[in-house]
Write a protein that binds this ligand. Structure first.
Ligand SMILES: Cc1ncc(COP(=O)(O)O)c(C=O)c1O
Length: 436
C-alpha cells in the first residue's frame, strides 16, 4: 500500500478499524466525520451562507440511499411539487376552463418569464419543450440548410444530437461532418478545441452542433470562446452562409452561473428536469433571435404566432401541470443564487476529485479544473471493470452508473446541491475498501 493511500485510509479510520465498513447513517453519526457537516444557519435562503442540508430537505429523496446520479432525472423539490399540485388540482376540477387559450397562454408565459429571467433574455426567446431530446429534434429537423451545405459536429455528442442529425441527413441528403475535439478529456484545452473546430470549418459549414458539458467524459467545452470563433468566421460570410451555432446545454444549465448572451450561441437546447430540478418532462430552447430565423417549425403551436418562444413551443395538450410548474424551478435557482449554486457544485466535485486522486489506482477522466468541468466527476479504476465498480457502489446504496461512450468506459458521479461532503467521504471509504 503506498503512503498516500495509507494516509487517506488512516484519516478515515479504515486502517484502524480493520477495513470494517460502517453504514452511511453510523458514518454520519461518528464525531470524526460530523466536522464535515455544513455549519451554517438553517435559513437556506440566506444567500451569504446557505445551509445545503436544509436545501436537501426540500426533496423527498430516500434517506437510505446516496444519490449521485442526478444527471439522469431529478427528484422534484417542494416548491415544484407544490406548484404541480396547484395546477393539477385546478385542471382536475375544471379541465375545460384550464385548457382555454388564455389560460394556457398565461401559464406558459409564467414559465417563459422565469426561464428568461434566469438566462437574462426576453421571454420571446424561450420556447417550452418536453426534454432536451425533443428540443434538439425540433432544431435539427427545422434549420434551413441548403443541399451543398453541411453540419459540423463532434464524436462527443449524446445520441439525442447524433440521432436528430442522422434523421436530417437521411431526409435531405445533407453531409454531417463528425470530428474529434480533444484527444485526452482530462487534459483538454481551449487551444486544442478551438484548433479542431477552426480547422474543420469550411465554406460549406452551415451548422455547428456541440454539447456544453459532455455526459461521456464530463468535459465542459469553452462554449463562449467557440461562439466568438464562429462570430469571427461569420464576419466574412453572406447571410445565407452564416454558421448557426447550436448547443445542447442540459448539463450546464442549472450548474454554471452564465447568461445566454455569454455563451455566444444561436440556440441553447436543454431539458429542465435534471440540474434545474424542473418538473419531469420539461425543457427549453433559448434562441438568440426573438423571431424565427433560419428555421422551419416542425410541430404547430397552440401558443400563438407572435415570436420564437410561442411559435417553437409545440402544440397539443401536454401534462400541463408539469409544464406550468417549470416556473418554480427557475425561481428556486434564483432564490438560492446562481453564483452560490455554481460554487457549491464546483466545490463538491473538486473535493471528490481530490479524494479520488488519493486512491492510488483511480484514473480521473473529467478534467480537474472547473474551467473545463461542471458537475460531473467521471473516473475509472485500474484493472477493475467500470460496470463492476458501479454495481459495487449501487449494492452499497450509492446511486451512480457506468457508461462507455466517446472516451471509453467511465464510472459517473455528479455531486450536486442535494449531496454533502459526508456522502463524498463515505463513497471514498467504500472505494478504498474495494481497491485495497
Ligand atoms: C448530453 C445529453 N444530451 C441530451 C440528453 C437527453 O436529455 P433529455 O432526457 O432531457 O432528453 C442527455 C441525457 O442525459 C445528455 O446527457
Amino acid at each position: 500500500m503506498d503512503n498516500n493511500k495509507r494516509k487517506l485510509l488512516k484519516q478515515m479510520g479504515v486502517v484502524a478499524t480493520g477495513l470494517q465498513l460502517q453504514s452511511f447513517s453510523s458514518f454520519v453519526q461518528s464525531s470524526e466525520n460530523t466536522r464535515l457537516t455544513t455549519n451554517v444557519t438553517n435559513k437556506f435562503l440566506s444567500k451569504k451562507n446557505i445551509n445545503w442540508s436544509t436545501v436537501r430537505q426540500e426533496f423527498n429523496l430516500d434517506e437510505n440511499n446516496i444519490h449521485f446520479a442526478n444527471f439522469l432525472i431529478t427528484s422534484h423539490p417542494r416548491i415544484v411539487r407544490d406548484d404541480i399540485n396547484y395546477h393539477r388540482n385546478r385542471i382536475d376540477k375544471n379541465p375545460a376552463f384550464e385548457m382555454h387559450h388564455e389560460s394556457i397562454a398565461h401559464h406558459e408565459s409564467e414559465s417563459r418569464d422565469w426561464a428568461a429571467r434566469y438566462l437574462k433574455v426576453k421571454s420571446s426567446q424561450i420556447a417550452l419543450t418536453g426534454s432536451t431530446t425533443e428540443g434538439l429534434g425540433l432544431i435539427y429537423n427545422g434549420l434551413k440548410i441548403a443541399a451543398n451545405q453541411e453540419v459540423l459536429t463532434s464524436e462527443h455528442e449524446h445520441w439525442a444530437t447524433k440521432g436528430a442529425l442522422r434523421f436530417r441527413s437521411q431526409r435531405d441528403d445533407i453531409n454531417i461532418k463528425t470530428i474529434k475535439l480533444f484527444s485526452d478529456p482530462h487534459h483538454v484545452s481551449t487551444d486544442e478545441v478551438l484548433g479542431s473546430i477552426s480547422s474543420n470549418i469550411t465554406d460549406k459549414t452551415r451548422v455547428l452542433a456541440l454539447t456544453w458539458v459532455h455526459s461521456g467524459s464530463g468535459v465542459k467545452l469553452p462554449i463562449s470562446e467557440i461562439g466568438k470563433l464562429v462570430s469571427e468566421k461569420n464576419k466574412q460570410r453572406e447571410q445565407e452562409n452564416k454558421i448557426i451555432f447550436c448547443v445542447d446545454g442540459v448539463h450546464g444549465l442549472g450548474v454554471e452561473n452564465t447568461s445566454f448572451a455569454e455563451l455566444n450561441c444561436d440556440f441553447l437546447i436543454a431539458g429542465t428536469h435534471k440540474w434545474m430540478f424542473g418538473p419531469r418532462g420539461t425543457g427549453i430552447i433559448c434562441s438568440r433571435s426573438e423571431q424565427i430565423e433560419n428555421l422551419i417549425p416542425t410541430i404547430d403551436t397552440f401558443s400563438g404566432q407572435d415570436n420564437f418562444g410561442t411559435i417553437m413551443t409545440p402544440g397539443g395538450f401536454h401534462a400541463f401541470e408539469h409544464q406550468w410548474a417549470m416556473r418554480k424551478a427557475f425561481e428556486f435557482h434564483l432564490m438560492l443564487g446562481k453564483e452560490q449554486i455554481q460554487q457549491r457544485i464546483h466545490q463538491l466535485n473538486t473535493l471528490l476529485k481530490q479524494q479520488l486522486k488519493q486512491l492510488g489506482s483511480v484514473q480521473l477522466v473529467t478534467p480537474e479544473s472547473t474551467k473545463y468541468s461542471a458537475g460531473f466527476t467521471f473516473f475509472r479504476v485500474k484493472n477493475i471493470d467500470c460496470e463492476k465498480v458501479a454495481k459495487y457502489l449501487q449494492v452499497n446504496r450509492v446511486a451512480v452508473d457506468a457508461t462507455n461512450r466517446d472516451v471509453g468506459p467511465v464510472i459517473r458521479m455528479s455531486p450536486g446541491l442535494i449531496n454533502s461532503e459526508q456522502e463524498i467521504e463515505y463513497v471514498i471509504q467504500l472505494l478504498a475498501k474495494k481497491i485495497a
